[in-house]
Every structure is written in C-alpha cells, then in structure tokens.
Design a protein around this ligand. Structure first.
Ligand SMILES: [Zn+2]
Length: 406
C-alpha cells in the first residue's frame, strides 16, 4: 500500500467523528499548517506539518483549506423527462393542481421514468452524480420512487447500481415508497411489504427503505407496516415526513429507530422534542425552500433543542433542481440559520449517520480518506460562496477525482 503525505494545507478543519448533536455540531477541530497521511483508502495520520511522518509520496496542495468530503444523504438522482414547462408555468402563477390536471407534475416524471430503460436511466443519472461530486459530495444517496409499478421501481434501483459502477465515489441506494395508487391502497401496501421489499432485499438493490408519510401520500399506519417489513428483511429505514403536515411520521421514525426523518418543514415543538430525544437524524432540504418558496424546516430550533441535524440537496426535477451539495450547505446557512460550522457538521458526519455510515465525514486516523481541497486558504468559503464552486480538489479514498490547477 502506497502512503501519500498531503501537505500545503493552510487549515485542516473537521468535525469530531460520529453523529454530533446540538451544541457539539459547532465544535470543529482546526489545525493550521497541517498535513494528512493517507495509506490506501484510509487516513493514517493527521497533524501539524512539522510533526508529519515520512511517506513514499508527497503532494503539496498549495496552501489551501482542507475539509472532509461532503455526504449527500437525500437525492432522487434517477429520473427521465424534465419539468421545465411546469417550472415556467409555476412562476407564471399556474397552480400545481392545474399542472397535474394538464398531465404535468410528478405524474409526468413517473411516466417518463417508467418508459425509460435501466441503461437510459443510468446514463441520465451519472452526470448528476458527477455534478454533485464536483461540488464536494464524495458519498451520495439515491432513491427510487418514480416507478408507476414495481418493475419500474426495480429498474430505477438497477439504474442507480449501473451509474454507481461508473462513478468514482460511493452511492447508497434507497427504495422509496413514494406515491400511493389512486385505488387499491391496502393491496398495494401489502404487495410492497410481501413482494417488493423481499425482492429488493434478496437482490441487494437497496440498503434502506424510505416512505413518504403525508396526508396526500401514506398514512402513519401504512408507513408503520412498510417500515416493519423493511426491518424484517434487514433493511434500514428512513422517512419523508412533516413536509406539509405533521401527521405523526416524525414520532413514528423516532419510535422505530429510523436512520433519519427528512423534510420537517411542518414540524412543530412536539416533533422537535421527539427528535432531540432520539438518535434519528433530522435531515433538512433547503433547496426545496429556495425553489418552491415554501417554509423552511426549523433547523435552528432542532440544533438548539439538541437534535442531530443533517442537510441534503433533495436533488429532483420537481422541487429541488440543486446539483450542488456545497450549495445545499450554503443554503442551510442562509435559509435555516445554521452557522458555517454547524452546516459543515450537518453535511459530513451527520449526513453519514443519516445513511448508517460511521467511517467517513471526519478527518481522523482510520476514516476513509474522502476530503476536499478548497480554492481558498479559509474553510469558511465553503459556506460563503454562491454561484461558483469553492472546491478545487475532490479526493475519494485518497485518490484525486477532480483537481483544478492552482
Ligand atoms: Zn425527497
């Protein structure tokens, strides 16, 4: 195994390893004039340049700040078709219900996605994953959820797997039970539990099951049945909850020990208290707030109450066309009131915890050597910059996958 010593690091900035909650989200380790020793895919040593051990190779990063690679814990990066006409109509004042009646909205994405082959879907997804990676994401979650039927759902997960084999980074696949059928709900939920989940588990197509628990989607009782089936088949669980109405999804996620509950725009004091008392990660998605002009999730109140908060892009064609994990981090500061330090923790160790991963997100010995070199000597440019990428270099498992010349 070749060792490489990375030097020329003005500041090395990292949260502590493992999920961080409440005030601890602000506690970063900041090392000036640092060095990072990578052995294989792992970090072997971190410290001051003057104390660095010798190594076979040395790479000078040029005097810039280094932070952990970002983890994007929530994307819908596999889809076909587009929502450009919807977008234009919406800004012209056409209500969503009218778009749906015209055949637009999520149903149009579902039709286009169901009509595409696995290969086509993978070809469409790969550049999206690469865009997220160029913005700093070294691990990316991808959900299904636009299938009109189970075959289409399985094709979406297969497409994510195909894209993953071409992608130099980690992809975590999630089965999302997203849109209930217009009729035969009870039979549909039964089939999800008894047919779809067992097949996904057997073929190792996903690591987790996610359910959209909402007035217009799945009820708490339906969601509970689906999460229970996921548990039986050894899959982790997540929820989309409290996006429009707090109907009990967050409380259910905390009760069953889901990895995360995502959205939370409609969460109130009871949901904040439940998350503060639980190990379930609260994942907020500020891209939706920006794109749709909807209320923001109470991320500030969640941190203040002691919850473990993560941030994701929610990359999807309808409600969050955010192709940059760094932008999601920067928006969490503007729209959700997180400090730059809290936002870095939310996008690294806490986002990793939202995916059940404990080996990344912090630059400490033994962790995966996933890190970013910025253009700037000051790490806060990561949270400050809008419109261009402050990320100069992306390193995955110790290897450069993007390096802009100095
Ligand atoms: Zn989502």
């Amino acid at each position: 195994m070749t060792d490489t010593l990375y030097t020329g690091i003005s500041l090395l900035v990292t949260p502590h390893p493992g999920p961080q909650r409440g005030r601890a989200m602000r506690e970063l380790t900041v090392l000036e004039d640092a060095a990072l020793l990578v052995s294989g895919e792992r970090i072997r040593w971190v410290g001051h340049r003057a104390d660095a051990p010798g190594a076979a190779n040395e790479r000078d990063l040029g005097g810039v700040a280094v932070v952990p690679g970002l983890v994007d814990p929530h994307t819908h990066a596999v889809w076909a078709g587009d929502r450009l006409a919807d977008f234009e109509a919406r800004v012209e004042g056409v209500p969503y219900e009218t778009l749906l009646a015209r055949g637009g909205g999520i149903r149009s994405t579902m039709r286009a996605t169901a009509a595409a082959s696995e290969e086509e879907l993978a070809r469409l997804a790969l550049p999206r994953l690469e865009a997220l990676q160029h913005s700093g994401a070294t691990t990316i979650e991808v959900k299904s959820g636009y299938g009109l039927d189970f075959d289409a759902e399985l094709r979406m997960l297969q497409a994510a797997y195909f894209a993953e084999t071409e992608f130099v980074g980690d992809v975590v696949r999630t089965l999302l039970v997203h849109v209930p059928p217009t009729e035969g709900r009870a039979e549909y939920v039964r089939a999800v539990c008894e047919e779809l989940i067992p097949e996904v588990a057997e073929d190792n197509l996903a690591q987790a099951v996610d359910v959209f628990c909402e007035k217009e989607a799945f009820s708490v009782a339906e969601t509970r049945a689906i999460l229970e089936a996921a548990r039986v088949y050894g899959l982790a669980t997540k929820l989309h909850a409290d996006q429009f109405h707090a109907i009990g999804g967050t409380e259910l996620a905390c009760e069953v020990g889901a990895l995360s509950v995502d959205h939370l725009e409609a969460s109130g004091p009871a949901q904040i208290a439940a998350l503060a008392a639980s190990s379930t990660v609260a994942t907020v998605l500020p891209g939706v707030t920006l794109h749709l002009g909807l209320p923001t999730a109470p991320a500030r109140a969640l941190v203040d109450a002691g919850a473990c908060v993560a941030v994701g892009t929610d990359l999807n064609p309808g409600s969050s066309p955010v192709f940059s994990s760094q932008l999601a981090l920067a928006l969490a500061v503007r729209l959700c009131g997180l400090t730059p330090a809290e936002a870095l923790t939310a996008c690294t160790v806490n986002a990793a915890a939202a995916l059940g991963l404990s080996d990344r997100g912090a630059l400490v010995p033994g962790a995966r050597a996933d890190f970013l070199a910025l253009h700037s000597a000051d790490w806060r440019d990561l949270a400050y910059t809008l419109g261009v990428s402050p990320v100069r270099g992306v390193y995955v498992g110790g290897q450069p996958v993007k390096e802009t010349p100095l």
